[in-house]
Design a protein around this ligand. Structure first.
Ligand code: YZS
Length: 259
């Protein structure tokens, strides 16, 4: 069974997340399908991609598939984790990706949306950065995605509280491009996409790549990187990390002890 649907019209490709039963959780299987769709769009010289959920979805995506987070001492967000792969695919895609958002966006899905080039959201859309809810040590490039989406102070607020931020506030903070009423969001987004599709694709692809490189141009010493990795390891080896995932599966609030 497909977890997404795709369409292609006038050089605009659309990927629709279509696994409402699991609230479009970003499982490895769903991410594989997105990768295949992006590869096909690249082949067919698509000029803009719209990444969306079903119309009027209550949850755009519930984030990383928690059932697929390792509990055997492995890094939960290492280089080969499917979420990391998805973020790179969006960032590396040689044309703009517009996230069109209705409903809640959680955790890793929030990062995936922030990795998109442009974001259009309905007024009911919310964005939550959730590692602290599950006891997950987020990875370095992931933190950078959040930091490139908004200010340090807002990243700290979102990361420490894990509280969703609504679309209007997100727009005021410059985290998203536009808030558009649900009834108008499709027309608005495809008009936006069509304007981009008329412009010079090579120029846009190169500007996207330049901005990606510039946005990642934060020097970090090998020692600093190793220190962060060592600290993250303490978190994913902790009892709290296991408790966070166990509590999610048992559908209860986790009890964190700091150990
Ligand atoms: O009980 P069944 O089998 O029907 O499955 C339920 C949920 O278990 C499943 N589901 C998920 N499965 C895996 N991973 C998920 N992230 C996930 N979210 C949901 O979908 C079925 C329906 O879920 P319900 O909870 O019954 O749906 P509903 O009452 O509509 O509530 C929707 C929300 C989105 C509010 C609720 O499902 C929820 O709180 N989900 C988790 C949101 C979240 O905290 N996501 C962050 C996941 N973590 C990450 O992305 C990063 C690794 S991190 O933790 O670092 O941020």
């Amino acid at each position: 069974m497909s977890l997404i649907t795709t369409t292609l019209d006038a050089l605009i490709g659309t990927i629709t997340l279509d696994n409402a039963d699991k609230r479009n959780a970003l499982s490895a299987a769903l991410i594989d399908e997105i990768s295949a769709a992006l590869a096909e769009f690249h082949e067919r010289k698509v000029r803009v991609v719209v990444l969306r959920a079903q119309p009027r979805a209550k949850v755009w995506s519930a984030g990383h598939d928690v059932g697929e987070l390792p509990t055997d001492g492995r890094d939960p967000l290492g280089w080969d984790d499917p979420l990391r792969y998805l973020i790179r695919e969006i960032e590396d895609f040689a044309a703009p990706v517009i996230a069109m958002i209705e409903g809640g966006v959680w955790g890793g899905a929030c990062e995936a949306v922030f990795a998109c080039d442009l974001i259009v959201a309905a007024p009911d859309a919310t964005f939550a950065v959730t590692p602290a809810k599950l006891g997950v040590p987020y990875n370095v490039s992931g933190m950078l995605t959040f930091l490139n989406a908004t200010s340090m102070r807002i990243v700290k607020e979102m990361a420490f509280t894990a509280m969703p931020v609504g679309a209007e506030r997100a727009e005021r903070l410059g985290m998203i491009n536009y808030v558009v009423p649900s009834g108008e969001i499709e027309a608005f987004t495809y008009d936006f996409a069509a304007r981009i599709a008329q412009n010079a694709p090579l120029s846009i692809a190169v500007m996207k790549e330049q901005l990606r490189i510039l946005a990642g141009a934060h020097p970090m010493s090998p020692q600093g990187f190793e220190r962060v990795q060592g600290l993250r390891r303490i978190v994913y080896d902790s009892a709290d990390y296991k408790e966070g995932i166990r509590a999610f599966k048992e559908k209860r609030r986790p009890v964190f002890t700091g150990n």
